[in-house]
Each structure stands twice: as C-alpha cells, then as structure tokens.
Design a protein around this ligand. Structure first.
Ligand code: NAD
Ligand code: TDX
Length: 356
C-alpha cells in the first residue's frame, strides 16, 4: 500500500499512551495524510499527550466512544476514512479483574462496531482500504521459563478478562476478513514503556513512587517476566505493518528484551536515585512484596522474526538508553503526572492498593 497517496486515517484511542505516539508519528511523517483521532477520553486518555501536534493542519480530534456504532458509522462516512488504526481499549489487567464487563464492552463490542462500520462504509470496495487492529502478546497466555517465545502460530490461551477481551476482538477481526473479505492486519505487541504511560502500569508507577519515597508494590515474588519494547519502536512497527503488511496476516512485535519484574524495579531504583544524587541503594528499602495478581501470567516473550524477515523491522532503541530517557522524562514532567493522577485515579489507587 503506497504511502505517497493522500489518505484519511482514523486512529482510535489516540489520546492514550501508545495511541498518542502513533498519532504523533503519522502526523509528522505523513503531512499529506489526514489523521483523525477518535477517543472517549476515559481516565487513560489525555489530550495533553498530543499538545505538540494539536495545531497541525493534518490533525483533528473527535471525542467519541467506539461503543457507539452510529458515531463510528458517521465518522467513517463523513470523513471518507480509508484506513483505521484501532488502539482504543481498556488496557490495564488489574482493572479488568475488577470490572470485566467494561472490558468486554470496549474491547470486544467496540472492535466489532468498528469492523461493522468499516464493512458497511467500504461495502466491498476494499482497494486502498485497511483495518489495522492493535493487539497484545497476552492473548497467547503464559510461558514457562525456557519455553520458546510466542510466534504468530502459538494457540490463543488468554487468562485475564483483559487478555480474553483482546483475544475475542482478534477473532472478530479475522472473522470479518475471512467472511466478508475486509482488508485487515493485526499486530500483537509485548509490554511497552516510554513517555505518557499512565502511572498505573509498573514502570511509571515505580518511577513516581521512588521519587516520592513511597512503597514499590511487587506482586507475588517478583519473578514474573515481561518482554519490554520502547513505545516509539512499536509506533514504527505499526507504520510498517499498516503500509506493507500482508492482507489478513498477524505480526508479532517485541523487543527480545526479557526482564523479571524485580530486576526492572532494581534498575529503576538505581536510575532514579542516580538522577536525584542519592546514595547507591538508597531506595531499596521501598521494595514491598504484596499479594499476587489473580491469574498472574508467569512469562511473556515475543518472537518477532516474521516482522524482521518480511518488513525489515528491528527495534532501534536499547533498553538501557530507553529506560534512562524514560526516567528523565517522568522526572521532568511532574506536572503531567500530577494532572493525570488527580481525582478519579487517586480513588482507584486507594481501592487497588489500600488493603494489599
Ligand atoms: P491506554 O489505556 O493508555 O489508552 C487507551 C485509550 O483508549 C485512552 O486514550 C482511552 O481514553 C481510549 N478509550 C478507552 N475506551 C474507549 C472507548 N470506548 N472509545 C474510545 N476511546 C476509548 O492504552 P495503551 O497502553 O496505549 O494501549 C493501546 C492499545 O495497545 C490497546 O488496544 C492495548 O490493548 C494495546 N497494547 C498495549 C500494550 C502496552 O504495553 N501498553 C502492549 C500491547 C498492546
Ligand atoms: O504495582 C504493580 N506491581 C507489579 O508487580 C503493577 C502495576 C504490576 N506489577 C507486575 C505485573 C506484571 O507482571 O509487573 C508486570 C507488568 O505489569 P503491568 O505494567 O500492569 O503490565 P502487564 O500486566 O504485563 O500488561 C501490559 O502489557 C501488555 C499492558 O498493561 C497491557 O495493556 C499490554 O497488553
């Protein structure tokens, strides 16, 4: 799919963590595209994340709910959308354990609404159209230590309401391709880190708490393993797959960068203490082992060989540099953290960690 022609791309969830990097990447790199960001602005969506592109002539924001089929239909029709990059979702596993129905509504029904709107609006005229569904490695379930990393043919085996909702949405995307011929691509990515991640997720939560000298809640024994990728490497991979991925295919995206949670937290302590000129090991005392997450997946690891082989994508940022830059970013953006963690988030935090 040529990237030189004019296009109108609808990015859903563009005010969230990964979505804001995707929007910025496309707005800047493709000035001849119109980029429409549709986002409901839940607790996780924040227009401050896009302050640097909000006035760009090829960008516009629409507040809307992917759960509302009529709104999605009219957006696609009125704006003559020819590409969709679908990121809008409830994304936090712990929240999914508290409110699984919300995850089914947004992640399953929201995706289905968009698929249906695209099917109706494009009505068989598939040429030059594409629906890119952004999914997660969590759909594959959990690995034992030493087991081969997830590939695109690993059977789905989700454990949390979050991963079950994402798996279900992936199945609907494939069903629309196989049944109606809708031109789709899917990407399943590992854990992202970087600027603008909501501080309920492990890395920003720990950076914030180390700065504030608050306890660092580590679920279980801290031996769970995640495969970390810088969010801008993810945005670049989405660009490659959106433009050049094969129709109907899935591509795994990952950093080949596995870390135990406890080791990540120790790394963050070292980086933050260093930045603040504290003595070595000053914040070690903040490490606090708390009750494990229910159904906590032991290990995720991604085999991204298909993406490398077919599209030449490899991550550009080393973890050492990426994590150091991320720590600095959070420390220099204390206002952003304060703004997004006020009000509703504070209540959530008290509920989640109050008696843990
Ligand atoms: P996020 O929670 O930071 O952002 C989600 C965005 O979706 C927010 O802006 C929110 O306002 C919006 N949203 C939620 N419900 C909506 C609705 N009903 N209608 C419209 N907008 C709505 O999430 P994220 O971490 O940026 O993840 C984005 C996508 O990438 C998700 O689909 C997630 O499953 C997937 N993903 C995330 C990771 C990760 O490590 N964060 C890894 C792999 C895949
Ligand atoms: O306080 C915490 N303590 C802790 O030990 C938190 C918030 C997390 N953890 C653990 C749980 C996980 O093993 O750290 C690991 C990472 O947790 P999260 O940051 O919540 O991410 P995870 O559950 O792995 O899911 C993330 O990656 C895949 C994203 O939130 C998903 O949206 C994405 O699909």
């Amino acid at each position: 799919m040529a990237d030189s022609q004019q296009r109108c791309i609808l990015v859903t969830g563009g005010a969230g963590f990964i979505g804001s990097h995707v929007v910025r990447h496309f707005v800047r790199k493709y000035p001849h595209y119109r980029i429409i960001n549709v986002d409901q602005l839940t607790y996780a969506g924040n227009l401050e994340n896009l302050a640097d592109v909000q006035d760009a002539p090829n960008y516009c924001f629409v507040r809307g709910d992917v759960g509302d089929l009529e709104t999605m239909r009219s957006l696609l029709r009125e704006q003559k959308v020819d590409g969709i990059i679908h990121l809008a979702a409830e994304s936090h596993v712990d929240r999914s354990i508290c409110d699984p129905l919300l995850f089914a509504r947004t992640n399953v029904m929201g995706t289905l609404n968009l698929l249906q709107a695209a099917r109706e609006c494009w009505s068989g005229q598939w040429e030059g159209r594409r629906f890119h569904h952004v999914s997660t490695d969590e759909v594959y379930g959990a690995l034992e230590p030493g087991e081969a990393a997830f590939s695109e043919t690993t059977p789905y085996s989700p454990h949390s309401p979050y991963s079950a909702s994402k798996a279900s949405s992936d199945h609907f995307v494939r069903a629309y391709h196989d049944t109606y011929g809708l031109p789709v691509v899917l990407t399943n990515c590992s854990n992202n880190y970087g600027p603008y991640q909501f501080p309920e997720k492990l890395i920003p939560l720990c950076i914030h708490n180390i700065c504030e000298e608050k306890p660092l809640p580590i679920y279980g024994n801290g031996e769970n393993v995640r495969d970390w990728l810088h969010v801008q490497d993810h945005a670049q991979a989405i660009d490659e797959v959106f433009h050049r991925g094969r129709d109907g295919e899935s591509y795994n995206i990952g950093g080949g960068n596995e870390w135990r949670n406890i080791d990540i937290v120790r790394k963050l302590i070292r980086l933050v203490d260093e930045e603040l000129g504290r003595p070595v090991g000053y914040s070690d005392r903040l490490i606090t082992f708390v009750a494990d997450r229910a159904g906590h997946d032991l290990r995720y690891a991604i085999n991204a060989e298909k993406l490398r082989r077919e599209l030449g994508w490899v991550p550009q940022r080393s973890f050492e540099t990426g994590l150091r830059e991320t720590v600095k970013w959070y420390m220099e953006h204390a206002d952003w953290v304060r703004n997004v963690t006020s009000g509703a988030y504070e209540r959530y935090y008290a509920e989640m960690y109050g008696d843990r």
